[in-house]
Structure formats: structure tokens, C-alpha cells
Ligand binder design. Structure first.
Ligand SMILES: Cc1ncc(C[n+]2csc(CCOP(=O)(O)OP(=O)(O)O)c2C)c(N)n1
Ligand code: SF4
Ligand SMILES: [Mg+2]
Length: 282
């Protein structure tokens, strides 16, 4: 969505809602803003229908604030809680049948390269853990094997939040859930490790308790995907409703997870590291 597309014709300018006008004048489109500037600009997503304290909505907010070029970004989603916030943003957004997101994103990225040969269009998949680690795992892995220039972001709340608490491949072993009353009997699917061995040239594992690292990871992942190949960011976004904790504890739960099973991890190929170093030097 370029700034030109959202700018109203002068006849409509004063009858459009203030929120819309603010987006045109104070939004991040076409500006060099990031997570460090939150609070100083009109955000791409502000209202959402998520539960109080939802880690997924916080993850969505932080990722969107970090996008290096929101006006030239296409987000690809799939059913799941993130869908509700993403479909209400002032951003290009395409949805897919559950689990098909990386196949759809691959096609859209290829089409955008042909349609806009002189422009960079970032294609970013942003979906839940179930969408990637379960039903969409084959299509995700194959997009990585093929070396598609797309970024995949998992919002990992370790449960099927949207459908009432079924076990996900990313739920921790032993986790009891509304619809997994005996507890999960196998460990988290190692998607982060699979990303490393399946063709991703950059990967990062972070939590919503660390916005700065989310910002850095998202920027690196998108810039590297433009030039070199698939990248992956896995964000722990705990769900108070299904993991049954108080909504005010989301950040402290994520903080604790960082010291336990969700410590920060990052991998980067030599070529991608050189690309980032060259960019930092300019
Ligand atoms: C093909 C298909 N199977 C199942 C569903 C039902 N469904 C919608 S969302 C969802 C689970 C989403 O879980 P996750 O990806 O972890 O996202 P969350 O809601 O936790 O953010 C399921 C099973 C569907 N929409 N389409
Ligand atoms: S069910 Fe969980 S993930 Fe879904 S909106 Fe509510 S808190 Fe967020
Ligand atoms: Mg989930």
C-alpha cells in the first residue's frame, strides 16, 4: 500500500475519519521508523478483537512496527488468532486456506517480482504455530527447500488458540489444555532447527518480552530475504485464555520463558552476515 494509494483526494480529505487522516499524515508509510519509535507515530494496527493480554496481538503489533517498508509489504496469513488483527490493518494482506500460507506467499512473491521488476516488494508470512508446525509444515519446508525470497514469522502461543485449546505441534511436552486433557505426549516440533537445515539463511527465536530483539530480527529477516533466500523468525506469544494465566502476566510469562525453554537464538549464513555488515558500513 503506497502512500499515494492511501492519500485521499482533496474533496474527501475533511470528511474522512480523523483516524484515517492521521494514518496518512502520521503513519509509518514511506518513513524510516521502527520499534524504537513506537509512541511517536500512528501505528498500522491499533484496534483488534483479541482477548485482554493476548501475546499474539502484541507480537503482531511489534512485527508491524518493525517492518522496514510497510508500504511495499504484503503480509500473508491463514486462519488463527493473528488473522483477526491482521485483517484490520492498513497494510496489504492476503489470506490463505489453513496451512497453505508459504505456498501462496511463494506464488505472490514471484508474481510481484515480475509485475514490479524495478521495485522491492517484501512478502512476509505471519501465522500461528499450528499453521506452520502442523497442517502447513510440508508447504513451509518446501518453500525453504526451494529458496523462496520470503520471510516466515511464527506467532507461537503453543496451542490452537482460535479453536479453543487443542494441542499444537509446538505445545510443550506434558502441557494440559482444554482439548488435550491428558497432556501432550511428545516435545515441541523443532521448527527452528528445521529452518536452519532446510534452506533458511537467517533465523531468530525471540519472545514478546524482548521488543528490541523482535525489531532487530524482523528487519534482518526481511532485508536478507530480499537478496538471499528464505528467513524465519519464531516469536513466543503466550495466550492467557488457553494457557490459563492472568492477562496481566503475559510479559512476565514470556520473560520467564526466555530463561527456560525460549532463550534467544539466532543463526545466519556467512553470506547473509556479510550483507548485513556491508549495509551497516554504508
Ligand atoms: C483446513 C482447515 N483445518 C482446520 C481449520 C480450523 N482452524 C482454524 S484456526 C485453527 C488453529 C489455529 O492455531 P494456530 O495456527 O496455532 O493459531 P492461533 O489461533 O493459536 O493463533 C484451526 C485448526 C481451518 N480453518 N481450516
Ligand atoms: S485465544 Fe489466546 S491467542 Fe487467541 S485472541 Fe485470545 S489470548 Fe489471543
Ligand atoms: Mg497457536
Amino acid at each position: 500500500m503506497s502512500k499515494k494509494i492511501i492519500t485521499p483526494v482533496s474533496a474527501l480529505a475533511d470528511i474522512l475519519p480523523k483516524d484515517y487522516q492521521d494514518l496518512v499524515t502520521e503513519g509509518p508509510h514511506g518513513k524510516s521508523l521502527g520499534i524504537q519509535n513506537l509512541g511517536t507515530f500512528k501505528e498500522i494496527t491499533e484496534e483488534h478483537p483479541h482477548c485482554a493480554g493476548c501475546g499474539v496481538s502484541l507480537g503482531v503489533r511489534l512485527v508491524l512496527a518493525a517492518l522496514p517498508a510497510p508500504e511495499d509489504t504484503l503480509i500473508v496469513g491463514t486462519p488463527g488468532c493473528s488473522f483477526f488483527a491482521l485483517s484490520q490493518t492498513s497494510l496489504n494482506y492476503a489470506t490463505s486456506a489453513f496451512g497453505n500460507q508459504n505456498a501462496v506467499a511463494s506464488g505472490l512473491k514471484r508474481m510481484l517480482k515480475i509485475r514490479y521488476p524495478e521495485q522491492i516488494k517484501d512478502v512476509v508470512v505471519m501465522v500461528g504455530d499450528g499453521g506452520i508446525a502442523d497442517i502447513g509444515l510440508d508447504l513451509t519446508l518446501h518453500s525453504w527447500f526451494r529458496g523462496e525470497n520470503i520471510t516466515t514469522i511464527m506467532l507461537d502461543n503453543e496451542v490452537y488458540g482460535n479453536t479453543g485449546g487443542q494441542e499444537s505441534g509446538m505445545s510443550s511436552q506434558g502441557r494440559v489444555l482444554s482439548m488435550a486433557p491428558k497432556g501432550k505426549n511428545f516435545p515441541k516440533v523443532p521448527v527452528f532447527e528445521l529452518a536452519r537445515t532446510s534452506g533458511c539463511v537467517y533465523g531468530s527465536k525471540v519472545t514478546v518480552a524482548d521488543p528490541k530483539r523482535i525489531g532487530q530480527s524482523v528487519v534482518k529477516a526481511i532485508l536478507i530475504a530480499r537478496k538471499l533466500g528464505p528467513t524465519y523468525v519464531q516469536i513466543y506469544t503466550p495466550c492467557p485464555t488457553n494457557l490459563k494465566f492472568n492477562p496481566s502476566e503475559t510479559i512476565s510469562i514470556a520473560w520467564k520463558a526466555q530463561k527456560d525453554h525460549y532463550a534467544f537464538e539466532e543463526f545466519i549464513t556467512e553470506e547473509a552476515a556479510e550483507l548485513m555488515a556491508a549495509r551497516a558500513a554504508t
